[in-house]
Design a protein around this ligand. Structure first.
Ligand code: ADP
Ligand code: ADP
Ligand code: ADP
Length: 213
């Protein structure tokens, strides 16, 4: 299966991704995680991406399309994939269709994590993550066993620099202006499943499984 997750920051895409990945053995590509790794490594890509990310604006289409084009060549991505956080603009969606067409493939399903903006600030400001795996926790909704420590590796958790109420505002603005049209793009193809993402995580997981069955 070739699956895309679309939703505003904090809607639960990263939380559901590993579950979908394990259930269907897909490769999981999260452009946000890839970009953060590049920023941390101070690679040329990271240096170009950092300013926009810090401000909560989108990185240029060319940069992220390049990352995805490269990543989709991995053997583990040939049978299927979950794209988390890509495409975020209509241009990116069109480029993805072109890339897949070349490989004789297409997007099977788009999961739209639908949620009110009002809920997102509490989710985002309470989020903690394990940088190298992308695993996320929440101080109130999904606390780690030991505060500030990853359950699996015992390594320290961090708070993302852009997970503040102020930067969230720009990220939401970018979502409504630039990413919502992506949902329309896929709606015209009839492949969107709308998931109420304000429900508890287990219920969202059940809806995800139903949408993909
Ligand atoms: P979120 O948790 O808000 O969904 P991500 O981790 O997916 O955030 O993305 C963090 C930041 O990385 C975005 O605010 C943006 O600057 C950049 N980014 C990630 N994916 C893309 C993309 N497909 N196009 C442009 N910028 C992106
Ligand atoms: P995204 O990848 O869409 O930005 P995350 O999956 O990282 O979102 O979730 C954002 C924050 O909200 C995390 O701290 C996560 O633990 C928490 N969270 C995720 N799903 C839910 C849910 N259904 N109910 C409550 N909190 C959630
Ligand atoms: P600065 O050097 O400007 O202080 P940060 O250390 O805050 O930058 O990191 C910038 C971004 O990279 C943040 O979004 C942060 O979450 C992320 N980040 C920090 N350390 C790592 C890491 N080891 N791996 C992946 N991402 C990281």
């Amino acid at each position: 299966k070739r699956v895309i997750l679309v939703g505003p920051p904090g809607s639960g895409k990263g939380t559901q991704s590993p579950i979908i990945k394990d259930e269907y053995c897909l490769c999981h590509l999260a452009t946000g995680d890839m970009l953060r790794a590049a920023v941390a490594a101070k690679s040329p890509l990271g240096i170009k991406a950092k300013e926009a990310m810090d401000k909560g604006e989108l990185v240029s289409d060319d940069l992220v399309v390049g990352i995805i084009d490269e990543a989709l060549k991995k053997p583990s991505c040939q049978k299927g994939f979950i794209l988390d956080g890509f495409p975020r603009t209509v241009v990116q969606a069109q480029k993805l269709d072109e890339m897949l067409e070349k490989r004789g493939a297409k997007v099977d399903k788009v999961l739209n994590f639908a949620i009110d903006d009002a809920i997102l600030e509490e989710r985002i400001t309470g989020r903690w993550m394990h940088p190298s795996s992308g695993r996320t926790y929440h101080t109130k909704f999904a606390p780690p066993k030991v505060p500030g420590v990853d359950d699996v590796t015992g390594e320290p958790l961090i708070q993302r620099k852009d997970d503040t109420a102020a930067v969230l505002k720009s990220r939401l603005e970018a979502f409504h202006k630039q990413t919502e049209p992506v949902i329309d793009y896929y709606n015209k193809k009839g492949i969107v499943a709308n998931l109420p993402a304000q429900k508890p995580p287990q219920e969202v997981t059940a809806d995800v499984k139903k949408a993909l069955s």
